[in-house]
Design a protein around this ligand. Sequence first.
Ligand code: HSE
Length: 434
Amino acid sequence: MHKPVIKVALLGLGTIGGGVYKVLNKNSEIIKQRINSKIEVAKVLEKNISRCLELGVNKDLIANNIDEIVNDQEIDIVIELMGGIEPAREFVLKALNNGKSVVTANKDMIALHGKELYAAAEDNNVDLLFEASVGGGIPIIRPLKQCLAANHIQEVMGIVNGTTNYMLEKMSNEGLDFDVVLKEAQDKGYAEANPSSDIEGFDAARKVAILASIAFNTRITVNEVYVEGISRITAEDISYASELHYVVKLLGIAKETEEGIEVRVHPVFIPKQHPLASVGDVFNAIFVRGDAVGDTMFYGRGAGELPTASAVVADVMDAARRLNNNVQGLISCTCFEDKPVKPIGKIFSKYYIRLQVADRPGVLASIAFEFGKHEVSLASVLQKHTLGDSAEIVLITHKVQEQNLRDSLEKLQLLDTVHEVSNVIRVEDEEEII
Ligand code: HSE
């Protein structure tokens, strides 16, 4: 039955909640024309009353608790923008179990509890939509689920954390050290309350778990994602990257291989001409390769009040259309397979290795010999700096299995000519370096 007015409740009026409230008001006319129903915010759940009033929310709409919302028969859609796991998960479950569709931007909750929440949505014939959980305002969940549904997706690779992208670009353009750019990112308000979530790659890992689950139709939880952040990247690594015609990016990578799903977040050297290399500032971009479509890329603002609200409100409109057409609950979970995750030791990659070694005849040969014993083949070697009897050398390998590289590095560290393995960074490069 068509409803001329669809009532929604907003849980949380922080940055994104406020943005959603603003977009729903500012664009109410066009929203109404497009879905043929008015969206009305009927209740909000927010402890900060002055925030509600500042946004212009009528104080009669402020609920005292979640039950006032989930027990309200007139509310059809609950928009969860509180963030974090609890009580968001509990509230979302209550809403679904009370027959409300839910729209959320909560990547932490979806990456950890997606299965349970989807099951509740299916049991209750309602929808669970989360476009804003990955890539903020960039359309990526719906494109993967719908527009690219005819493909076998082979690879999803992207910059899904704006803070670290900003930091790496700043290090690269200005030759600055990690600590200096972290301070700048914090001063600008980019880094989240806990900077380790961004810089150690956990924020990106949650997003990649969601993308991989959708792309490969198998449930990948955040705990299965291999994660390394950017805190060990130095100005030296960035400068070598540039000299070798690469840029350093923190990438989320998910690939389907015969031995299982590769799903990882770590810094990567990518060629300067790669489409992801030119993604600067706090922008995000997600590259998707499908067997029919070929290569596609989705680019835009991965965070922020209005970009994220753009995705949330579009989901609300979709949920409203589905309600009006009486097709709620028909977009069920697409994780209908159970594919194994490939251990990191089994992946194949090229590697950049920066070593401090004794500057003596025969040292390079002994290092190459140790690599050779583990089937690690070297593609190029650079030696630039010498300090006392110590020389810094940089090696790029051919594609090798990661476990072989790890074994060889373990043995190398035992050589008295190897003073330090300063860094090892994967190189994502389809061409071989001569
Ligand atoms: N902190 C994230 C970023 C945005 O820097 O991209 C929220 O996921």
